[in-house]
Ligand binder design. Sequence first.
Ligand SMILES: *Cc1c(COP(=O)(O)O)cnc(C)c1O
Length: 228
Amino acid sequence: MTAINENIEFIKKQIKETAIACGRDPETITLIGVSKRKSADKVSKAIEAGSTNLGENYIQEAVEKIDTLGKDRACWHFIGHLQSNKAKFAVKYFDYIHTVDKVKLAREIDKQAAKIKKVQKILLQINIAEEDTKSGACAKEAISLAREFSRFENLSLDGLMCMPPYFSDPEEARVYFKKLVRIQAEIQGAGLDTPAHLSMGMSNDFTVAIEEGSTMVRVGTAIFGSRD
Ligand SMILES: *Cc1c(COP(=O)(O)O)cnc(C)c1O
């Protein structure tokens, strides 16, 4: 495994080249380093190497790590499954919550955000391939959920998020990225504010996701190595 800083440099270069090749401004794409099950020490190295957006999946683990590192050193993204009873911690520690898929969860996040006078940035997670094993709302619920979310004063629906199945050939993920873009257009077409961000693309398929319009790529293994 190469060093974290070299990996980050390499991925940033790929992001830039892919963006330019498809006529996009590389600055509109945020690299989120996914640091689940990686030590605070490794995360610190990533921050020093310029990966100042970080994604975590587990609240307890994240809270300990963020307290160790200092919240202000990075922009923190919660990308794991969130239970309503942990919403309080997600709101306290995270700049973005990518995995909101139910009104009940949105309501709890709104309530906790109101308590600390915060407007919490959230993304609506779509179960894009309708897999039983994954969370996320189904595509046909997207407009009604976006409408419900827009009524909460302490929530800001900033984007949509998806996680297609793993394919060894990332080209096979393309249809799912296109589908998320279509859902974004449908929400806009329904007269609601456009959720501007598209959180899509991981180590294996982020270049395809960028070609389809991703604004946030969530890259773990290609930065930090495999998780055992
Ligand atoms: C773990 C994880 C990632 C990163 O996956 P890699 O394949 O290691 O890049 C991205 N998004 C979510 C939601 C994850 O849980």
